[in-house]
Write a protein that binds this ligand. Structure first.
Ligand code: FES
Length: 98
């Protein structure tokens, strides 16, 4: 094993999990569409290689989903819809200026 420093300034995690039980899941909302839109925005805005957009498993806050978490800045967006992506993008842009 090697210990390394993360190479991304901003890492966006979008939970797309569909739970097997009756608990609310991020997949019931627009999580997959949000992930695809953020990937497109990353490409269009030239965020690479500073920003990585990743699909994630359960982030442990299912009832509040769909969830988008941003690290290492510890920002958490809940109840995210497709039309929130531009606002998330503006947040990312401000993080990249820091
Ligand atoms: S299913 Fe998304 S946080 Fe649990």
């Amino acid at each position: 094993m090697k210990k390394r420093t993360a190479r991304f300034k901003v890492h966006i995690f979008i939970c797309t999990r569909q739970r097997e039980d009756e608990t609310k899941s991020c997949a019931e909302g627009e999580a997959s569409a949000v992930k695809e839109r953020l990937k497109i925005l990353a490409e269009e805005r030239g965020w690479k290689p500073q920003v990585r957009v990743s699909e994630s498993g359960c982030l442990g806050v299912c009832a509040a989903g769909p969830n988008v978490m941003i690290y290492p800045q510890k920002i958490w967006f809940t109840g995210v819809h497709l039309d929130d992506c531009d606002e998330i993008a503006e947040e990312i842009e401000s993080l990249l200026l820091d």
